[in-house]
Each structure stands twice: as C-alpha cells, then as structure tokens.
Design a protein around this ligand. Structure first.
Ligand code: G6Q
Length: 547
C-alpha cells in the first residue's frame, strides 16, 4: 500500500474506535433522515448505503484514503490505455469495448476504436442473421439452439447475462452454455438437441484452454458424425484472440470474431465473447447493454469520490474488510434472473483481487479481496440467512431488487420486495433481548420459559448491507450493474496496491492438470508424485477398470 494510503488507513482504524462501536440503531436514532445523506441516485439506479457502520466522517476519511492511493491517476491510467497490467505487460481496456462516445483510445500510437467498432458491426450482422434465420444449418434449417462452449471469463459473464435478460429473447434461438470438461455437461446439453438446428460458438481468448478445446472437439465430432464432415463449417463460429488456432480447428476466419489481449477474460462480456448474448437478446439490446456500462464508466470517470457509486461501494468494502475485519462479502439479488450474478462477481472479484503481493512484488501485510458469494432471495432466506442473522461471522451483503416486475403475477413482486427490505432491516437493527422478553411475555409464556428462550430469539443486528434498487432488469441496467462492480473491484485493487488484472493462480491450475493427464489416462510413470496423489490415481484407475 502506498505510504500515504497506509497513513489514511491507520487514521480510519483510529476513527473506527469512535464510530464502529456505535450500533446501527444509534446511528439511525441520531439522524432520523440518515437515508437522505447516505444514498446515491444514478438515473433509475439507487444505492442505499445508510445501513453501514459509518458516519459522515467515515466517508470523508475513506475519500481521503482514495486520494492517498492516487486513485485519480490510476483511473486515468486505465481509461487512457497505459500498461497497468504490469505482470503481463498489457493495457486494461474493457472500457473501450463499450466506449459509445467513440472518444479515441490510443494503444501503441493507434486508436483502437475503429477495430472495436468493426468487430461490433460483424457481431451485429451475425447475431441478426442467426436470429432471423438468414444464416442456417447445412440442411437449410433455422438454428433453434446456440451452444456456447467456453469456461471462466468465456462463460460466466455471457451465461449470467443471457439468463438475466431472458425476456428479451423473442423468437430468437435458445442459447445454452457448456463449460465443464465433465462429459456430463456436454452430453446432457446435446441430449435434447437436433444437430441440424444447432450452432456452436467456441469461446476462448487463447483457444488453447483444455476444457474448451476438449468440449469443442466432442461437439465437432457430434456434428461430423451426424451431418457429415462438410457440415462443420456451417455449424461453428469462434470468439477468440487467436485466429490462427481457430483456422487450425477448422473454423473459417470469416466466422471468427476477434478481440485483443487488453481484454481480460473476466472483463470480456463486452467483446466478441458477448456474441451469445447478442444472439439471445438481439443486437439493439446488446448495444443498450453496452450503453448502460458506458454510462457507469462516465459516472466513474467524472463524479467526485463522495458521489461516485463504485468508489463508495469499494471504499465501504475496504472499511468492512480492513478496518472492521470482515472476511466475506455476500451478493443477494432479489431477482431470480440474476441467479448467476454472484457466480460472475465471484470470478470478477476473487480472481482480480485474490492477490498476496503488491504491484512491486512485496508481500502485503493487510487483507486483500474477501470471499464473495451469494444466491438469489428469497431462496437464501430459507437456507444460509440463519448464519447472517445469528452466526458468529458478520457478512456484509449487497441486496439488489427491481421496482417493476416483468410478470404481473398477483402480489409476487410486492412480497419479494417486502422480504428484501425486511432482511436488511432485521440485519441492521436486530431484536434486543428486552424486545424478545416482552414478546414472549405477551404470548403468555412462563418466566422460566422466557429465560430459556430469550437468548435464542435475540438478534444482535448491526450487520452492514447495501441495497441497490433499479426500475427493471433491462439491458442498460444490467450493463450498469456489471460495470459498477467492475469499477468497485478496480478501486479496491488500487487501494490495496495490487495487480487486479493478472491470474497466475488460474494459470497454475491449467499447467498442473496437463502434467497429471498422462498419469491418470494412460498410466504413465507416477514416480515423481507424492504418495497421496499416487494412491488416488491408482485407486481411480482400478475402480474405473471394466468388470
Ligand atoms: C479470466 C481468466 C479465466 C479465463 C479462462 C478461459 O479472467 O483468465 O477465467 O477466462 O481460463 O480462458 P480462455 O478464454 O483463454 O479459454
């Protein structure tokens, strides 16, 4: 951490002794209009951050921390295409992919915008051709299904967004996702499909990822076996930065949509990796999705820190993590179609900020990224919310909800919203032992029973949450929400002085599995391995032998 940021963080820790001991009940009692000063609107998106254990002074001090961390300079370095991913020598320019202003973005002396717009146009033509049946299978059938084969960043973002925007599909094909190298994923997906009506998108930045290439090979065989080798061309397209490998696989480069090494996998839904989304919702809606993200980019670039949504969310996250010592972060969309949102954010946040050394390579002596997890409400309430209310760990959570339901089904949406707000209320204010005792007495319980039950029914409260409300989950709003979290991750990475854009932990996994494959599959020499791995491989091979 930069020396000035360290000073600011230490000052925050000293300040915490005054403020963090104060219960949220007291904060709200002291300032009955607390919501007014602790919420922020950006168009139809509102962030309520009043239910955090913070005061106005905390916000000023968090702003000072951002300034001390040179956030201004780092943000400019990202948007202007400097090589901020230092360990891979790359720029970080996912914002250029949704730069709807077309302001030039210069990399190596050249504006990248014409190339970005060129790929976008090609994606638009292809997406609409598939949706309208102008592009067909080899026998002239309209595509009823599109199967995206990719993993990690080449899967999670588009899979989440396709699910989120299901109502925009219209009469377009159904888009499915296969990621796991477990053959069950591909087999179960293809079981329902007709090869003559299926289009495969092979999504891989590198076009070398073992899981994706294995699934792509099996999908190719499925098409060739059923429709003939010559059919492959009509049933495949590719999304990649490695166009040579795409050709070698047998996909015509006219059906390959490129992007650039300055797009990180987990930030790539805005690039050609977004093609399955563009096919699912139509190109105009895809452009609206980019517009929403661009709107958040402009807000992040221009709003003062104290009125800047991603900065506030990031800074409060640092307060929870580094000052209050909280170890995980929950994301609870009260929006069923955001069922994969937490999974996407998990990758975005944990792959970006799960780092243990600074940009200079020094081990950090403070906590970096928290564990991120979550599930849609109200389901979570009937499962793990018990721990959120009464467990020994305090988990700060973000709650998300749309004001307008898509489905006009009785009072479902009012019930959904009432649950969402009630949870944040209960987490913040809890229920004191006195309140519990009064309730039990009113219910006619004997004093001895009240004594026995009261501790179990007491809720400490004082558990921090943010709530995000938006009008409805449309493409622009989804774009804004994803970009909001991307910038939140960026700001935290700046404060922690880490590289949020490499992923050596992922690379390690890729290398280790290929070393073991010959041992597992072919029984190759296992001598150099540890006894546990040797034992497991031997047992695996003996159990999998026929008969
Ligand atoms: C994302 C990571 C990782 C990556 C996958 C797939 O930021 O780098 O999740 O997206 O490993 O990689 P390919 O797209 O190269 O197949």
């Amino acid at each position: 951490m930069k020396p000035a940021a360290r000073v600011a963080l230490n000052e925050l820790r000293a300040h915490a002794e005054d403020v963090a001991g104060m219960h949220l009940r007291e904060h709200f009692a002291a300032d009955p209009a607390r919501f007014d000063s602790f919420h922020l609107d950006l168009g139809d998106l509102t962030l309520d951050y009043s239910k955090n254990r913070i005061s106005r002074e905390t916000i000023s001090r968090l702003v000072a921390l951002c300034t001390a961390a040179d956030l201004d300079e780092r943000r400019e370095a990202m948007f202007s295409g400097q090589t901020i991913n230092s360990t891979e020598g790359r720029e970080v320019l996912h914002t250029a992919l949704r730069n709807r202003s077309n302001r030039p973005v210069i990399v190596d002396g050249e504006d990248v915008m014409p190339a970005v717009n060129g790929v976008l146009e090609g994606m638009g033509r292809f997406a609409e051709d598939v949706r309208r049946g102008r592009l067909t299978g080899v026998k002239g059938d309209r595509f009823s299904h599109v199967v995206n084969i990719g993993i990690g960043g080449s899967d999670l973002g588009p899979a989440m967004a396709v699910a989120a925007l299901t109502p925009y599909r219209g009469d377009g094909p159904k888009v499915l996702f296969v990621s796991n190298v477990d053959g069950a994923h591909l087999s179960d997906t293809l079981a329902e499909l007709d090869p003559a009506k299926t289009l495969f998108l092979i999504a891989s930045k590198t076009f070398t990822t073992s899981e994706t290439m294995t699934n792509a090979g099996s999908a190719r065989a499925w098409v060739a076996d059923t429709l003939g080798e010559d059919a492959v061309g009509a049933h495949f397209a590719a999304l990649s930065t490695n166009l040579e490998a795409v050709s070698a696989f047998g996909i015509d480069t006219a059906r390959a949509f490129g992007f650039w090494d300055w797009v990180g996998g987990r930030y790539s839904v805005w690039s050609a990796i977004g093609l399955p989304l563009a096919i699912s919702i139509g190109f105009d809606n895809f452009l609206a999705f980019l517009d929403g993200a661009h709107r958040m980019d402009e807000h992040f670039r221009t709003a003062p820190w104290a009125e800047n949504m991603p900065v506030l969310m990031a800074a409060i996250g640092v307060w929870n993590r580094n000052v209050l010592g909280l170890t995980s972060h929950g994301v609870m969309p009260y929006d069923q179609r955001l069922s994969r949102f937490a999974a996407h954010l998990q990758q975005l946040d944990m792959e970006s900020n799960g780092k243990r050394v600074t940009l200079a390579g020094e081990p950090v002596d403070y906590q970096t990224g928290p564990v991120v997890w979550g599930e849609p409400g109200t389901n979570g309430q009937h499962a793990f919310f018990q721990l959120l209310h009464q467990g020994t760990d305090i988990v700060p959570c973000d709650f998300l909800i749309a004001a307008e339901p898509r489905e006009q089904l009785a009072d479902h949406h009012a019930k959904l919203a009432a649950n969402c707000f009630a949870q944040t209320e209960a987490l913040a204010f809890g229920k004191t032992e006195d309140e519990v005792r009064a309730e039990l007495a009113a219910a006619g319980l004997e004093p001895a029973d009240i004594d026995a039950l009261a501790p179990h029914k007491t809720f400490p409260g004082n558990r921090p949450t943010n709530t995000l409300i938006y009008r409805c989950l449309d493409p622009a709003t989804l774009g804004m929400l994803i970009a909001l979290y991307e910038h939140r991750v960026f700001v935290q990475g700046v404060i922690w002085d880490i590289n949020s854009f490499d992923q050596w932990g992922v690379e390690l996994g890729k290398a280790l599995a290929s070393r073991l494959l010959p041992v597992v599959r072919d029984g190759a020499d296992a001598e150099a391995l540890d006894s546990s791995t040797i034992g497991l491989v031997a047992r695996f091979r003996s159990l999998s032998e026929p008969g």
